[in-house]
Every structure is written in structure tokens, then in C-alpha cells.
Design a protein around this ligand. Structure first.
Ligand code: HSE
Length: 399
């Protein structure tokens, strides 16, 4: 099968590498040899073995009847969307690692593929190399998914792990994450939670079978997490993780991305560094967990190439009827019940007047404030009660 690759950056070059390292086993599993005929990039790569296959014009690819599948590893919505639509319309299946593209246009592109007997696959768009899209689509199709809770961003998980292990500060660990190639070009998407919001929107769309707009996901990043918060978490025998969570409620799903304190007993407690994990609760399965390398060149390329193998195996047969174009409006995330940790300079009397019985955490080396762990309540109730306090320095959700 002759394919074209769009983008020869980190992931694109990883795809070339994976196809070369595992050439024979991939051919055996695909049922035929996979050959990259073109690589589209704005740049040239003199001296690189790929140079002879570099093209700068997408039309060369779309007009070539030998190309059966197009693999996109450019990132960003445009021109990826235009290329995906043109490739599918021209009868070529499409595989992508691009969560921005899938979160925004996934329903439409899957629909075009379905009507043409093609496939639009996107395993690498969530959780890097961890299989999660295909399992949700197929292995868990007997279940109604009631909860998906993931650590879906490797950069922020790496940063929070380092902040927790070494007491390092935010800027220092961000620089390190960028040097290691985990962070996006613009780290805002990682640290403000946009990347994880797109990923949980994709997973929730699969769970409910309709398009979840990522803009509706309530989102808080990790930029306000300080070394003081980490100290409180340790005193509470918990770790702070950036969770992307969706839960089924009476009228649909609610979803959010936010830092959460997890106890040792939580399955995501030990997911550290750049690793990702997705905890799934199905109404008949019970609990399930997917864990592995969530970002980086080869893990992500592993999932992209697995999609290419799937395309080769399923020519003329749509295997991904993930979700329709109907929009699923998310329910109010403030309906979810949990405990809350807050830091305040108000008195214990004021805290108890607002929240009733609470637990206190007082750190000798953090004078002038108190840490408070509330009972279980909805987030709406928390907000109402917290409004009665004069100074809330920080609030972190607690599992
Ligand atoms: N920047 C993303 C992360 C890359 O850190 O998880 C993988 O989507």
C-alpha cells in the first residue's frame, strides 16, 4: 500500500522510523508492504534519505491514484482539515495524530469516510501510544461508559511529578519539559489545559456517540499550582494531578479538566512523569485502566502506524463509526459531588459557619493561613459556601 505522509516533524519522522524499524512485522500484520511514496513538508531535508520523496504541493498527493492512504502529522486545524477533506473526497483513507483536527472536525470527516467506504482513524490523537480510541470503540462497545478519568497530558504530568519530587518551581520544570520535546510549540495549550480538554472531548464523544465541543469542557490548568499546594497535598498523603474527567449524569455527560488531589488508593496516583493513563468505568465492565507512553516521537508514531495497518486491513470497510454530527451539550460540571481542599486566611469560625464540619491542615512552615478539607458536596454547593469567606487563596478538588 502506497501512502503519503503530511509533515516531517517529530511525529512524522517517527512514523518513517517505525515503518523502517518494524518493516517486516508491519507488512505481515498489514497483509502487504507499506511504502511511503511522498512526504509533504514546507522544508527540504538535504542528506536525509526521505529527501527524494519530499513534495511541497499537496495536489501531487491527492491526484496520484496510487496513494491509498494519507497520514497526517502536522498538527493544528488548518491546513490539516482542508487536506483531510480533500484526501477523503479523493477516495483515500486518512490517519491522524492531530487532536485539534479530530476535536473540531472529527464528526464531519468520519461521516465523509463512512459514505465512501473509507476510514478516518485517529488513535494517536489521545494518549499518544496508549490504545484508547479503538478499545472504547470496539472492546467496550457492550458498555455504557459512566466515567472516563484521564491523565492525558504528558507535559503537565511530567511537570507536576517534578514539582512534587524535587519541590521545583513551575518555570524551571516547564523549561525542562520543553527541552525534552514533550511540550507543544506553544506550552499554553499544555499548561492551561486546552490539550487535555480536546482529548477528553474526543473520548466523551466516543462514549456518548455525539459531537462534544471541547470549548464546553470546563478547564483549569496548572499555572496556579504552587510549591505550597504541593506541601499541603503531601500532608494529606495525596498527589496533585491534572485530570481530564467526564462523568455520566441524568441529562448527559459533564466534563472538566482541572488539578485534583488523589489519594494513594486511586488508580491514577502512581502515573508519573510523561506517562498517561485513562481510567474507564463501564456499567457492565466495572473499572478498567489504560496506561503507557502518552507523548513523544516513537510512542505516538507507534499508534499512527498501527492505524495505517488497520487501514490496510480494512479497505472498503468503515471500522470507526465513532460519533455522529449531532451536538451533545455538556451538563453543568458543578453537579459533580466531591470533597474540596481550600486555603484561606479567614478564621476557623468563619470556615465552620460556611462549611460546617471540616478537617484542618496546618503547616508550621506556612504561617498566616489554614488548609481546609471539606465534606462531600456538589461543586455548585461548594461555590455558594465559599462565597461567604473573605479570602480563599486556593481551591483544589479532592478525590
Ligand atoms: N503536548 C502533548 C502532551 C503531546 O504533553 O501530552 C501529546 O499530545
Amino acid at each position: 500500500m502506497k501512502i503519503a505522509l503530511l509533515g516531517y516533524g517529530t511525529i512524522g519522522s517517527g512514523v518513517v522510523e517505525v515503518l523502517s524499524i518494524n518493516q517486516d512485522s508491519i507488512a505481515r500484520k498489514a497483509g502487504e508492504k507499506i511504502e511511503i511514496k511522498y512526504v509533504l513538508d514546507l522544508r527540504d531535508f538535504p542528506g536525509d534519505p526521505i529527501q527524494s520523496r519530499i513534495v511541497h504541493d499537496f495536489e501531487v498527493i491527492v491526484r496520484d491514484p496510487e496513494i491509498e492512504a494519507v497520514v497526517e502529522a502536522m498538527g493544528g486545524v488548518e491546513p490539516a482539515y482542508r487536506f483531510a477533506k480533500a484526501a477523503l473526497t479523493a477516495g483515500k483513507s486518512f490517519a491522524t495524530s492531530n487532536k485539534a483536527l479530530v476535536a473540531k472536525h472529527g464528526a464531519e470527516l468520519m461521516d465523509i469516510a463512512r459514505h465512501r467506504g473509507l476510514n478516518f482513524l485517529f488513535e494517536a490523537s489521545v494518549g499518544g501510544g496508549i490504545p484508547i480510541i479503538r478499545p472504547l470503540n470496539t472492546s467496550l462497545s457492550a458498555d455504557v461508559v459512566e466515567e472516563i478519568t484521564g491523565i492525558l497530558n504528558g507535559t503537565t504530568n511530567y511537570m507536576l511529578s517534578k514539582m512534587s519530587d524535587f519541590g521545583s518551581d513551575f518555570d524551571e520544570v516547564l523549561k525542562e519539559a520543553q527541552q525534552k520535546g514533550y511540550a507543544e510549540a506553544d506550552p499554553t495549550a499544555d499548561v492551561e489545559g486546552d490539550d487535555a480538554a480536546r482529548k477528553i472531548a474526543i473520548l466523551t464523544s466516543i462514549a456518548c456517540g455525539e459531537q462534544v465541543n471541547f470549548e464546553e469542557v470546563h478547564k483549569e490548568g496548572i499555572t496556579k499550582i504552587s510549591s505550597i499546594d504541593i506541601k499541603y497535598a503531601k500532608a494529606l498523603h495525596r498527589v496533585i494531578k491534572l485530570l481530564a474527567q467526564s462523568r455520566k449524569c441524568e441529562d448527559g455527560y459533564c466534563a472538566m479538566v482541572a488539578p485534583v488531589m488523589l489519594p494513594k488508593s486511586h488508580p491514577l496516583y502512581n502515573v508519573d512523569d510523561v506517562f498517561n493513563a485513562v481510567f474507564v468505568h463501564g456499567n457492565v465492565l466495572g473499572d478498567g485502566m489504560f496506561y503507557g507512553s502518552g507523548a513523544g516521537k516513537l510512542p505516538t508514531a507507534s499508534a499512527v502506524v498501527a492505524d495505517v495497518v488497520e487501514l490496510a486491513r480494512n479497505k472498503g470497510r468503515d471500522v470507526m463509526s465513532s460519533w455522529s454530527g449531532n451536538v451533545h451539550s455538556l451538563s453543568d460540571y458543578r453537579k459533580v459531588e466531591r470533597r474540596f481542599f481550600l486555603r484561606t486566611t479567614d478564621t476557623k469560625e468563619a470556615v465552620e459557619k460556611a462549611f460546617g464540619n471540616v478537617e484542618y491542615i496546618c503547616l508550621p512552615d506556612v504561617p498566616g493561613e489554614i488548609g481546609v478539607l471539606t465534606g462531600v458536596m456538589t461543586e455548585a454547593a461548594y461555590q455558594e459556601k465559599a462565597a461567604a469567606l473573605e479570602h480563599v487563596l486556593q481551591m483544589i478538588r479532592v478525590e
